[in-house]
Design a protein around this ligand. Structure first.
Ligand SMILES: Cc1cc2nc3c(=O)[nH]c(=O)nc-3n(C[C@H](O)[C@H](O)[C@H](O)COP(=O)(O)OP(=O)(O)OC[C@H]3O[C@@H](n4cnc5c(N)ncnc54)[C@H](O)[C@@H]3O)c2cc1C
Length: 578
C-alpha cells in the first residue's frame, strides 16, 4: 500500500472523526468475481468431500499426500497469485471466503494454504522485483514450491525486532552468508521457499554501522538449509510446524527482498494482510462445528424436549450467530478496503483477527458444551475444534500485542496533536512498523463530524448508539492521554480497554453498513433477521464500550498489579483455606 494512503476509519475515530464515507455502502464482489468464486468453491467441495478426512488427519498429524497433491493440481496453492504468473488472481475478499470454506473441512489444510499464500510468499508478491516474481511465482502457484514465513526465533517471539539470525555480505563470493535458526515455522517440514528475516549490518548516513532487519528469499536446495523434527501439537495437527536452521547459507545478492534494512516493515505489512485470512479461516472452522452442534441439539431430547427448546441453549445459539454475523461484517469490510488499495487497514485487520479468533474460541467451546459429554469424545469433531481454535489468538501477533498495537497506533494519531507525546508514543510501537508512515495530517484536514449518514429507520437505535459511544470514545482517548501523558505506553490495561472499545465500535458500524446496504437492495421486509441481528449486536456492543470506557477512569488496576506482584514474588498461589 502506498505511503499516501488515507488513514483508517478507526484511527480517525480516536481523533473524534467519523469517516463513514469509507464504510458505506457495504462492499460487494463484482458479479464476475462472485461467479468465479462459486465455481472455485464447488471445485473445492467436490475435491474435499472425497479426500479430506479431518479425523484421520488429526490422528496421523500430517496431511495425506493425496490431499496436498490435490490442492496443488487443482490450483488452490495459487489462488491469490496474479494470472500473469499462472495463479487465479483472486481478490483478498474472494480468497478469505475460500479460506472460510476450506477451514470447515480441516484446520491443518487451511493453515497449510494460509501459511503459503497469506504469509509465505506475500513478501515476494508485495515487495519482490519482476525478476524474482517471474522466477518463483509460477512454481509457487502450481505448488511445485511451497512457501513458509520465517520470523520467529527461540529468543524473539512477540518482540520480533530482537531476532538474531544474521546475513552478512561477502563481496568476494558475491552473496550473503546467512546464519541462525527459526522456530515453529508453519510448512517448515516440507516448504522449499522461505521468506527469511535476518539482521544485516548496514552503513548509516553518519558512517556508523548498525544491524537492521532485511528480508531474503532462501530455498531449501541451498546448502546449509535444514529443518528440525515435526513438532507435536495440541491442534492444527495436519499442518507441519518445524524449526529451520541456516548454517553458512550462501544467499545470492539478487535474493534480497525489498530494500536492505526495510525487512521489519516488510514483515509487519505481510502480517497485516495475513491476519485477515486468519480471521476468516477461524470463523469458517467455527461455522462448520456450529452446524454439527445445531443438528445434534435438534434431535437430542432431555426432559421430554429437544435441547433447542431450552432457554440456555437458545442463548448460546443466538449469541454465536450474533458474534459470527458481526465479525464477518468487520472482516469483509476490511478485505474490501485492502482490495481498494488506497486505505490504511492495518488497525482494522488487527481488530478483525482479535475479534474473530476470540469469537471462534468462545463459540467452539460453547458448541462442545451444548452437545454435553459427547463433545468430549474423540470420535466427534468438537474437542478437535477446540484444540484447533486455541492457536489462533497466539500466532500472527498474539491478541495482547495486537491490542497494544490497536490502542497505541490510534493514540499516536491523536497524540500527534500533542506532538511531543506523539514522538514518545512512536518509541515502543516502532516494533510494529508502518505507524509513522501514514499521513497523520489527513485527519486534521477533515471537517470534524461525529454523526454518520442517515440509515434505514429500523437501524436507528444502533446508529444513535454508535454516534453516542464514538463521541464518548474520543473523550476517553483525550482523558487517557491527558491523565497518563507519556506513561500511557506502560498502561496496558487502559490500552486494552481502548482497543476493545475501538473493536466494538468498528464492529457496530460495519454491521450497520452491511444491513443498511442489504435493506436498500432487498427491502426491509426481506431483511428482518439481519435487522434483528444488527440491533442485538449493537446493543451488546455499546454496553461493553460503556463498561470499558468507564473503567479507564474507575478501575482496580493498581490492586490487580499489586496482587500480581506478590503472587509472582511468592512463585505460586500463596493462600490456604484455614
Ligand atoms: C503452531 C504455531 C505455528 C507458528 N507458525 C509460525 C510461522 O509460520 N512463522 C513464524 O515466524 N512464526 C510462527 N509461529 C510463532 C508465533 O508467531 C509466536 O508463537 C507468537 O508470535 C508469540 O511468540 P512467543 O510464542 O514467543 O510468545 P511470547 O512472546 O513469549 O509471549 C508469551 C505471552 O506473553 C505475552 N506478551 C508478550 N509481550 C507482552 C507485552 N508487552 N504485553 C503484554 N503481554 C505480552 C504474549 O501475548 C503471550 O501471551 C508459530 C507458532 C505456533 C505455536
Amino acid at each position: 500500500m502506498s505511503k499516501k494512503a488515507a488513514p483508517s476509519f478507526s484511527k480517525a475515530l480516536f481523533s473524534g472523526v467519523v469517516t463513514d464515507d469509507l464504510l458505506f455502502p457495504y462492499p460487494k464482489l463484482s458479479r464476475e468475481e462472485a461467479e468465479n468464486l462459486d465455481i472455485m468453491r464447488d471445485t473445492f467441495r467436490k475435491f474435499a468431500d472425497d479426500t479430506i478426512d479431518a479425523h484421520l488427519i488429526d490422528e496421523q498429524a500430517r496431511l495425506p499426500d493425496k490431499v496436498l497433491q490435490g490442492l496443488k493440481e487443482l490450483g488452490f496453492m495459487g489462488m491469490t497469485i496474479p494470472e500473469k504468473y499462472d495463479g487465479f488472481g483472486l481478490s483478498v475478499t474472494a480468497y478469505v471466503k475460500m479460506l472460510d470454506l476450506i477451514a470447515g473441512y480441516d484446520a491443518g489444510v487451511v493453515l497449510t494454504i494460509g501459511a503459503h499464500l497469506s504469509i509465505g510468499l506475500k513478501a515476494l508478491l508485495q515487495f519482490g522485483n519482476e525478476e524474482q516474481k517471474k522466477k518463483y511465482l509460477p512454481k509457487l502457484a502450481s505448488g511445485e514450491m511451497v512457501a513458509a514465513y520465517c520470523l520467529t526465533e527461540p529468543g524473539a517471539g512477540s518482540d520480533a525486532a530482537g531476532i538474531k539470525t544474521r546475513a552478512v555480505r561477502d563481496e568476494k563470493q558475491g552473496c550473503y552468508i546467512l546464519n541462525g535458526s527459526k522456530l515453529w515455522i508453519t510448512n517448515g517440514g516440507f516448504a522449499d521457499f522461505f521468506t527469511v528475516f535476518a539482521k544485516e549490518p548496514i552503513n548509516g548516513p553518519d558512517g556508523e554501522v548498525k544491524d537492521k532487519i532485511s528480508a531474503f528469499i532462501v530455498t531449501r536446495d541451498m546448502p546449509g538449509v535444514s529443518s528440525g523434527k515435526a513438532e507435536h501439537k495440541m491442534g492444527i495437527r495436519g499442518s507441519s510446524t518445524a524449526a529451520i536452521f541456516f548454517e553458512d547459507v550462501k544467499v545470492p545478492f539478487e535474493n534480497q527482498l525489498g530494500e536492505p534494512g526495510r525487512g521489519f516493515k516488510i514483515a509487519m505489512e505481510v502480517l497485516n494482510s495475513g491476519r485477515l485470512g486468519l480471521a476468516g479461516g477461524s470463523l469458517g472452522g467455527l461455522k462448520a462445528v456450529f452446524k454439527q452442534a445445531i443438528a445434534h441439539i435438534k434431535q437430542r431430547s432431555q426432559f421430554e424436549k429437544t435441547l433447542d427448546q431450552f432457554e440456555m441453549i437458545q442463548e448460546k445459539i443466538g449469541q454465536i450467530a450474533i458474534d459470527i454475523f458481526a465479525s464477518e461484517s468487520m472482516i469483509y469490510m476490511t478485505t474490501a478496503l485492502l482490495d481498494r488499495g488506497d486505505v490504511d487497514y492495518s488497525l482494522e485487520s488487527a481488530m478483525c483477527k482479535i475479534r474473530a479468533t476470540e469469537v471462534t474460541w468462545n463459540g467452539v467451546n460453547e458448541c462442545l458444551q451444548m452437545v454435553g459429554g459427547l463433545g468430549y469424545m474423540k470420535e466427534y469433531p468438537y474437542e478437535r475444534a477446540v484444540r484447533d481454535a486455541r492457536i489462533n489468538p497466539i500466532f500472527e501477533g498474539t491478541n495482547e500485542i495486537l491490542r497494544m498495537f490497536v490502542a497505541l497506533s490510534g493514540l499516536q494519531e491523536r497524540g500527534e496533536y500533542l506532538r511531543k507525546l506523539g514522538k514518545a508514543l512512536r518509541g515502543p510501537i516502532k516494533g510494529f512498523g508502518l505507524l509513522t508512515d501514514y499521513a497523520t495530517s489527513w485527519v486534521k484536514e477533515r471537517v470534524s463530524t461525529d454523526r454518520i449518514r442517515e440509515v434505514h429507520s429500523s437501524l436507528n437505535t444502533p446508529k444513535v448508539n454508535f454516534e453516542i459511544w464514538a463521541k464518548n470514545f474520543h473523550f476517553a482517548v483525550e482523558r487517557a492521554l491527558i491523565h497518563n501523558g507519556k506513561n500511557i505506553i506502560y498502561r496496558e490495561m487502559i490500552q486494552e480497554r481502548l482497543a476493545d472499545a475501538a473493536i466494538d465500535l468498528y464492529a457496530m458500524i460495519t454491521t450497520i453498513s452491511r444491513v443498511d446496504t442489504l435493506i436498500n437492495e432487498k427491502g426491509e421486509a426481506k431483511c428482518q433477521r439481519e435487522i434483528r441481528l444488527c440491533n442485538a449486536f449493537a446493543d451488546q456492543a455499546w454496553r461493553r464500550v460503556r463498561r470499558n470506557l468507564l473503567m479507564i477512569d474507575h478501575n482496580l488496576d493498581r490492586d490487580i498489579k499489586e496482587i500480581s506482584s506478590f503472587v509472582v514474588e511468592e512463585g505460586s498461589y500463596p493462600f490456604e483455606v484455614q
